[in-house]
Write a protein that binds this ligand. Structure first.
Ligand code: TXA
Ligand code: MG
Length: 343
């Protein structure tokens, strides 16, 4: 069942939120919009309900889920301790696209944390998510509402494509605002560590708590990631994707070579680059000078090729700074290889 609940008309659509909340109380799973991507929610305190999330997504059970609460004051109900650094980050970026990993007090069901003694908590900054959390009066475990391995959903239509028939409902709040997932920061040690780059940049975190580290796996492919989810193939469209790390002349040469082999080539690139490229289909995802727009459109661009007769997708690389770190992290995970000009 697909419900329309626009951000602007949340009051008028109140009954849809109430119906979704009632399903959650009955241990069903419901998809809902957040400011980052759509989440697939279930009662985080109930193991049976949480199990349905893993089943609907086809998600490996060793990959822990993020828990969402309506207000930052509710975080303390789920953890044994909030460190000074965690407090400062929560105060600065909550509600918003930040997930903070803290020691779990066991209130969440065991399968939420996949057996870890820590739990990741976040307060989404979206009126529909907030209304649903308040109406259900539950902490909601919610991973991104995609089939495992696919790009995260940024519209209700993406959720429908992946999960129709596998969930009790979808609340439609329109397209999400940030486009990439929350930044996951581990605050259980001395220095906060970014396990997954996302909507809040490293620079912004450091302005609040001083030094913040990047998990070693984010710059060294040989290091095992500390966020279990980061080890799986992710964000992948149906066709293989290659990253093209060169100028437009090099990019066009790669397209031409593949088309001469008879392959239908799709391209994901900025406005600046795509203006110079000819391929079977060119999908533009914003300007190189506004990476926030690229983040907003990235997953929709990746998914857009699934409807097309495209054999291979070539994507541009973006500057690894600010939100670009999250964009490049997702593109690298979606890609099977990077093509560079030889010396
Ligand atoms: O923006 C978001 O964070 C979205 C929306 C729906 O809130 N949610 C989301 O959840 O992206 P998910 O489950 O797709 O990604 C959660 C990531 C995974 O990489 C997981 O391994 C990591 O966070 N994670 C969760 N709990 C953890 C924990 N206790 N320790 C280490 N990593 C954890
Ligand atoms: Mg996900």
């Amino acid at each position: 069942k697909l419900w329309q609940v626009t951000k602007q008309h949340i009051d008028r659509e109140e009954e849809n939120v109430q119906a979704a909340a009632a399903l959650l109380k009955k241990r069903e799973v419901v998809a809902f919009p957040t400011e980052t991507v759509y989440g697939l929610g279930a009662d985080a305190t109930n193991e049976q309900a949480v199990k349905r999330i893993f089943e609907a997504k086809g998600r490996p059970s060793d990959n822990p889920l993020i828990v969402h609460v309506a207000k930052k004051e509710q975080i303390e109900q789920l953890v044994t301790h909030i460190s000074d650094q965690a407090h400062a980050l929560i105060d600065a970026f909550t509600p918003g696209p930040l997930t903070v990993i803290m020691p779990s007090n066991g209130v969440c069901a065991r399968n939420v944390t996949a057996g870890l003694d820590s739990v990741g908590v976040r307060v989404p900054d979206h009126p529909v998510a907030k209304a649903l959390l308040e109406a259900s009066d539950l902490p909601l475990a919610a991973p991104s509402a995609n089939r495992s391995g696919k790009p995260s959903p940024t519209t209700a239509a993406h959720v429908y494509d992946d999960l129709n028939g596998r969930v009790a409902g979808i609340l439609d709040g329109g397209a999400t605002g940030v486009g990439v997932e929350s930044t996951v920061v581990d605050c259980t040690g001395e220095v906060p560590v970014i396990l997954r780059p996302g909507g809040v940049t490293k620079e912004a975190l450091e302005a609040v708590v001083g030094t913040v580290k990047l998990d070693a796996s984010l710059h060294d492919k040989k290091e095992p990631p500390r966020a279990p989810g980061m080890k799986y193939t992710h964000y992948a469209p149906d066709a293989p994707l290659w990253l093209i790390d060169g100028d437009v002349v090099f990019f066009q040469a790669q397209i031409d070579r593949l088309r001469e082999e008879g392959r239908r080539v799709g391209v994901i690139a900025s406005e600046e680059t795509s203006a110079h490229l000819r391929a079977n289909r060119v999908q533009t995802c914003g300007s190189q000078h506004d990476l926030h727009q690229v983040a907003v459109h990235l997953y929709d661009a990746l998914r857009s090729f699934d409807q097309d007769e495209i054999d291979i997708i070539l994507a541009e690389t973006f500057a690894s700074e600010g939100i670009g770190v999250a964009i490049m992290n997702r593109l690298s995970k979606a890609a099977s290889k990077t093509v560079q000009p030889s010396e």
